[in-house]
Design a protein around this ligand. Structure first.
Ligand code: SF4
Ligand code: SF4
Length: 442
């Protein structure tokens, strides 16, 4: 395991300041960090909330968090159903100058709302459960990927999805890969490099496994090029879509598996790296905030974003100096996902790409893409989601680039949907620069 220290700026979860306390002794599930009562009503969180900015009916994070907690403390009030309109982008967390644990409050309130107030046979509950548990459905879809892609691509399927389940028919379902990342990993015989001094365990998440295995392959090729031994532990969904839909028991089951498997990899000397910014966010911040089982803190403290890890542990600038990526692939419009911003990673991609010869990248600004995982897939949120994304779409078009770039799978869906850009992942650019576009099929 690496002894390099995790970054310690305020936006980075896993910070040693975290110390859960019992603010409401009578309510056993409601642990909060110190600061729950530190809200001084400055409304900075509200002005940074992308949903509140475009949806006048959404009361905003100040109400969802500290005000609702205070109300509940006074009497036994129900959770306001507007908590389901929070997209879980977590921008309010980094905006608050008083370290109020807003997203932890939202996640806890949402879990309580779904558990105690939501009708379990309602269309909304069934739809949310399906969206939150993509990992359970994806293996079925990827058994016959071409057939699934054909059926899911039919306009009749999209129409039915909206009418029956309330999943918007405006978006095209992401395609399943014909070979999952894990199938590829097994077929190549697993790790090709052995190095007990440089060992990482890859948390690929659901999307890189079932839909974009090229991202996982890029990670493997880049890390092996730099001499790392790679482990690919058994894993479940990180839990991000479950938190966003208030399915905390589903998230707990996934988290237990992940913490057990990743904890074993840490014991074998590995650090954990994730290619999806929401997955690293979940392992670093949401697990220790919401779960108390053994190992969550250790996993959080040893988890890294895949590019961040290389910046800290390698001379990445030196490795990239003088490399190139081919002139078909060098002009990018970059969007930093909210969950990367929340980990203090918003500037890193632009810095990392700078030494590559010929690469031009424009950061399209700090606005939210608007899709926020499953939020923008719900028919009732589609228009709000696109309104939030408008600023990013405009900046992408102004960038006049060839390719969009981001580290979040659902941001990439929204970027492609709103602009028609083809989208790639930063690891794929690093792969092209360090290993070459003619990377062997391994
Ligand atoms: S930003 Fe923080 S202190 Fe200000 S209103 Fe929101 S929760 Fe309260
Ligand atoms: S998590 Fe995002 S959508 Fe939810 S209240 Fe905070 S800023 Fe608004």
């Amino acid at each position: 395991m690496s002894d390099a220290e995790q970054p310690t700026d305020d936006g980075v979860p896993g910070d040693d300041e975290f110390e859960p306390i019992q603010v409401f002794p009578e309510a056993e599930d409601m642990d909060l960090r110190p600061g729950a009562d530190d809200c001084y009503k400055c409304s900075t969180c509200d002005t940074n909330c992308p949903v509140a900015e475009v949806d006048d009916e959404f009361p905003g994070p100040k109400f969802q968090g500290p005000e609702q907690w205070r109300l509940k403390r006074q009497d036994d009030r129900d959770i306001d159903d507007s908590v389901m309109k929070c997209s879980n982008c977590m921008r309010c967390d980094s905006a608050c100058p008083s370290d109020v644990p807003l997203s932890q409050m939202h996640n806890t309130a949402r879990g309580e709302y779904v558990e105690e107030q939501m009708e379990k046979f309602s269309r909304e509950y069934v739809r949310n459960r399906i969206l939150a548990n993509y990992r359970r459905l994806a293996p079925l879809g990827s058994m016959f990927p071409r057939t699934t892609n054909f059926v899911m691509g039919l306009s009749a399927t999209q129409w039915l999805g909206e009418k029956v389940l309330g999943i918007t028919g405006e978006r095209e379902f992401p395609e399943f890969a014909t070979e999952t990342f894990r199938e590829w990993w097994t077929a190549r015989g697993g790790a090709q490099v052995r190095n007990e001094d440089k060992r990482i365990a890859y948390f690929h998440g659901c999307y890189s496994n079932y839909n974009t295995p090229e991202v996982g392959k890029a990670l493997v090729r880049v890390y092996e090029h730099l001499g790392y031994e790679i482990m690919v532990p058994d894993q479940h969904c990180s839990g991000t879509p479950m938190f966003a839909n208030g399915m905390l028991e589903d998230a707990r089951r996934s988290a237990e598996t992940n913490v057990r498997e990743l904890g074993a990899a840490i014991a074998d000397g590995a650090d954990i790296v994730a290619s999806c910014s929401s997955c690293s966010m979940s392992l670093r911040q949401e697990y220790p905030e919401l779960f108390d089982f053994e190992g969550t803190e250790e996993v959080a403290a040893n988890t890294w974003d895949a590019v961040e890890y290389l910046r800290v542990h390698e001379d990445l600038e030196g490795e990239l100096e003088g490399t190139s990526v081919g002139d078909e692939f060098e002009n990018f419009a970059y969007h930093a996902p909210c969950h990367a911003r929340n980990q203090g990673l918003d500037g890193q991609t632009m810095e990392v790409l700078a030494p590559i010869d010929g690469v031009e990248a424009r950061d399209v600004g700090d606005s939210c893409s608007g899709i926020s995982g499953t939020y923008g897939w719900k028919a009732e949120n589609y228009e709000t989601s696109m309104k939030i994304g408008d600023e990013m779409f405009d900046h992408m078009e102004d960038a006049d680039a060839e390719t969009g770039l981001t580290e979040c799978p659902t941001c990439s869906m929204q970027m492609e949907h709103g602009t028609g850009y083809e989208i790639t992942h930063t690891l794929e650019v690093l792969e092209a620069a360090l290993v070459g576009t003619e990377a062997d099929s391994q």
